[in-house]
Design a protein around this ligand. Sequence first.
Ligand code: COA
Length: 393
Amino acid sequence: MQDTITNETSTHSAVDGAVLTGRPVISSTGLFTPEESITNEELVESFNQYVNRYNTANAETIEAGEVEALTYSSVGFIEKASGIKARHVMSKAPILDPDIMSPRWDERSNDERSMMCEIGVTAALQALERAGRKPEDVDAVLCAASNMERPYPAMAIEIQQALGIEGFGFDMNVACSSATFGIQTAADYVRAGNAKSVLVVSPEITSGHLNWRDRDSHFIFGDVATAVLVEDEAIAPEAHWEILSTKLKTVFSNNIRNNFGFLNRAAPDSASNADKLFIQEGRKVFKEVVPMVAQMIIDEAKRLQMDPTTLRRLWLHQANAGMNRLIAQRVLGHEANDDESPTVLDTYGNTSSAGSIIAFHSHSDDLSAGDTGLICSFGAGYSAGTVFVRKTS
Ligand code: COA
C-alpha cells in the first residue's frame, strides 16, 4: 500500500507527507507504576485480622452451624499457587484496613482529570517521549482495559484531550486481553491506511474490582498503566519492533466473571453481592486456558512458517507463574528460563491486560536486531491475543 494521510491531524507534523507502507510496528511503550506496594505478608496480616473479627462477631451463629467460619489466608499458599509476592496499588492504607478492605479516594469533579485518564496519560507520555513522537503526530487513542471508570464520555477521549491529540478515541474492553486486542485494532488501522500512529493505553485499576475479602482471590491483582504506540513503519523511530502478525481468539466461559453493570440497579437487593466484583473458578481457568493458548501460539507460528522454538522471548500474560511455565514449555519445547519467559508477576501481581505489556516494556531492550518474540495475553471471555514481533535494530 502506498498512501499518505492528509487529514487534519498531520497538517503541521514532522511526519506529514511520509509515504506510508501499511506495515504496523511497535514504536515504543510506556509504563506507570503506582508508588505504593503491598507485600503478601502485609496483605495476609490484614486479611487474617478481618477473619478474626468476622469469626468473633459471628461466634454464636458459627457455633450453631448457621454461618460458616472464615479461614486464614497464607503467604506460603499465595506464593506457591501464583508466584505473586507483592502488588502495586493506588491506595494502600484503606485496602489493608480490616474495616474497609477497598481502595478509597475523594470523588473527583467533572473538571478534574479522572483517575484512569491521569495514570493512562503518564504511561502514554513516556511512550511518546521514547518514540520522539509529538502528540499532534498521533491519529487515535484506544483505551483498552478490563474496567472503565464510567460508561461515557470515553476514557480514551479524555486521554486524547489531555495529551493534545486530534483525530479520535474510543474505549474497548476485552478483560485481560484488552491490550493485545487494542494492538490488533491499531495495527489494522495502519494496515488499512486509516491511521499512521495509534496509542493503545491500558490503565488497569484492578484494586477497584478485586474482592479483598475473598480468600481465593484477594492476592491476585495490582494497579498499573501501560501504553503502546503502534505506527506505520514509514514514520517509526529507527529502533522499533515489526509486528509480524496479530491473532485474536474468544471462547465464551463463565469461569472468570464480573456481574457489575448498569442494570444492577434494577435488582437492588443483590446489587452489592460478591458477584459484582471479580470472581473465578481458578482451577478450571488454569486447566482450560493453558492448552487453548499454547495451541493458538503454535498454530499461528505455523501459519507464519516460523518454528516456535526459535522465538527468542515470550512476554506472556502475567496471571500465574505455573500457567506461564506450562505455556512456555509447550511453545519452546523445553522449560523456559527467566530470560526466555520473563516474569513481572512477582512484584506487580496480575495487572490484567497490562501484564504482558509490562513484561515487554521491562524486558526487551537487551534483544538484538532480528530477534523474534511474542506478546501474548489471555483471560476472561475467554479471550486470547498474540502479537508476534521482530526487533529491527
Ligand atoms: N490461603 C491459603 N489457602 C488457600 C487460599 C489462601 N489465600 N486460597 C485457597 N486456598 C486453599 C483452598 O481452600 C484449597 O484447599 P483444599 O485443598 O483444602 O480444598 C487449596 O488452597 C487449593 O485451592 P485452589 O483454589 O484449587 O488453588 P489453586 O492451586 O488452583 O490456585 C489460583 C489458585 C487462583 C492461584 C490458580 O487457580 C490460578 O492462578 N488460576 C488461573 C487464574 C487466572 O489466570 N485467572 C485469570 C484472571 S484474569
